[in-house]
Design a binder for this molecule. Structure first.
Ligand code: NI
Ligand code: MN
Length: 227
């Protein structure tokens, strides 16, 4: 069974397999690169990496409408409860939870996190998602850090890493990240949403090919690829 991935723009991803539709960091409203509206998404699971608006703008509305289970760090799950979302499970870094499709593990990320109303968001996080015997690492918003090597030891079919610079690692550090993680395939995220994080994805892909053993994948927004 294949796993289909779709970049919905910025850092928002949809992972689909069989009846499972996992939505990562829902940011459609006010996202200049988004092509779908929040109301047209019907996830069966929602993952949230940290509290910044460009990862949570549509979180509460989609979670309330669908009642989909939400997995996030403890502080964000608590905040969701206060917003009337009853389906959130609080986790912490290093923890794994079994899910309807496989499992989700919360990984460290070097970043910051507060929710749009100023509430402390706990530690920012990434995810290792296991689905249909595929392992996918979403580094989410982060700097380069050497423990990425440990995350890669899981044997990853795909890593999705930020390349936009300014708020996350940029292209140069992302190549070092690919070397540490050692995934079979790698896709870029968190770029080309606004001018300050514009990047040339094809130039990045060429650097990946030249300097690492991973296969780069640079889908356009809205175009799916399969694992
Ligand atoms: Ni952020
Ligand atoms: Mn961000």
């Amino acid at each position: 069974m294949t796993v289909a991935l779709t970049w919905l723009g910025h850092a928002t991803w949809l992972i689909e397999s069989n009846e499972h539709r996992i939505l990562l960091d829902p940011f459609l409203t006010d996202n200049p690169s988004a092509q779908v509206a929040a109301k047209d998404l019907n996830p069966t699971c929602i993952l949230v990496s940290h509290g910044h608006f460009d990862h949570t703008n549509d979180l509460v509305t989609i979670a309330k409408r669908t009642s989909a289970p939400v997995y996030a760090i403890f502080e964000i799950a608590q905040w969701l409860g206060k917003q009337g979302v009853e389906s959130a499970t609080g986790m912490n870094i290093g923890g794994r939870v079994k899910t309807a499709f496989g499992s989700v593990k919360l990984t460290p990320a070097v970043h910051s996190s507060c929710l749009p109303d100023g509430t402390y968001g706990g530690s920012p996080a990434g995810f290792v998602v296991e689905i249909e015997s595929k392992k996918i690492y979403f580094a989410c918003d982060t700097a380069l850090f050497s423990d990425m090597q440990l995350i890669g030891k899981a044997g990853l079919d795909l890593a999705v890493i930020p390349i936009g610079d300014l708020y996350t690692m940029g292209i140069e550090d992302s190549i070092e990240a690919v070397k540490l993680i050692g995934p079979k395939k790698v896709a870029p995220t968190h770029y080309n949403t606004w001018p300050p994080i514009e990047q040339d994805a094809e130039a990045w892909a060429q650097l990946v090919r030249t300097n690492t053993s991973a296969e780069p994948i640079t889908p356009a927004v809205g175009k799916s690829f399969s694992l």
